[in-house]
Ligand binder design. Structure first.
Ligand SMILES: N[C@H](CCC[C@H](N)C(=O)O)C(=O)O
Length: 266
């Protein structure tokens, strides 16, 4: 049976959005991996499913290409709001509100969490910064913005071997749920960011990574809010003050829609 999907991206962080608004769609971890595969499937950084919700205008479920579920996805939230016109989105990581057209979508995320057991980290410790280090990377901030992020501030973002260090940090036993790894630097325009995403690897942009990084930089008084976060795929603007929700603003893109028979996938 054919399932409608929408190929979308937020600043090059791309998604296959399965549309379960008219009929339920279930996927196995194996089907997630097959759909995300850029040679044998459709290809994407995250698989998204949209469907009915009794808590919000729409529900959004997220899986990483490794087949594991994720609890938040900032770039995909903008895509889903632009595609459906939903003003509220229920996710495992919390309820998000906002909306807008494809050229500029505003999303309000729940207030960030900072306690070691809210990230989560395996043992009690400070998180701003956390007494952790890998090679030249040390003293990161840990922030949960609906999903877990580690943020390292460095002088030269491009000088960090993130393809090597990312998987090591992501899967460190310090993180019971693994973790997204962000490398950030202060620029004259705001912040520059590279992200190794949990279960996905290096991506062109990371919406929740941009939010976590902006929050950490504002807390450290490295920048003032609102702050522009530059990534390989483009820039987002993040606005936050202590005790407040996070506001993320940026574009979303619909590339094409199609149909796929999930039963034909591995
Ligand atoms: N690309 C997403 C983040 C996916 C996070 C996922 N890798 C996780 O396991 O939390 C974003 O724009 O926020």
């Amino acid at each position: 049976m054919a399932t409608l999907f929408h190929k979308m991206h937020g600043l090059g962080n791309d998604f296959v959005v399965l549309d379960a608004r008219e009929a339920p769609v279930e996927v196995t971890a194996q089907q997630v991996r097959a759909l995300c595969d850029r040679r044998e499937g459709v290809g994407c950084d995250q698989l998204i499913r949209i469907g009915p919700s009794d808590k919000a205008a729409i529900r959004m479920d997220i899986w990483n290409p490794d087949g594991e579920p994720a609890s938040a996805c900032g770039n995909a939230t903008r895509c889903v709001m632009a595609l459906t016109g939903a003003g509220s989105v229920e996710t495992v990581g919390g309820l998000l509100t906002g909306g807008g057209d494809y050229d500029d979508v505003r999303v309000e995320l729940p207030a960030p969490k900072f306690q070691w057991d809210e990230i989560p980290i395996a043992d009690p410790m400070d998180t701003a910064p956390a007494p952790l280090g890998w090679d030249a990377l040390e003293a990161p901030d840990a922030v949960n913005v609906g999903n877990p992020h580690l943020v390292f501030f460095v002088d030269d973002v491009d000088d960090v071997p993130l393809a090597e260090l990312g998987p090591t940090i992501e899967t460190d036993p310090a993180f019971p749920d693994r973790i997204n790894v962000n490398i950030a630097g202060v620029t004259e325009n705001g912040l520059k960011l590279r992200t190794w995403e949990r279960g996905a690897g290096l991506t062109q942009a990371c919406g929740t990574g941009a939010c976590a990084t902006a929050v950490a930089a504002i807390r450290r008084r490295l920048v003032k809010s609102p702050v522009t976060v530059e990534m390989a795929g483009g820039a987002l603007v993040v606005d936050w003050a202590p005790g407040e929700p996070i506001v993320m603003q940026g574009p979303a893109t619909h590339v094409f829609s199609g149909e796929i028979d999930l039963e034909t996938l591995a």
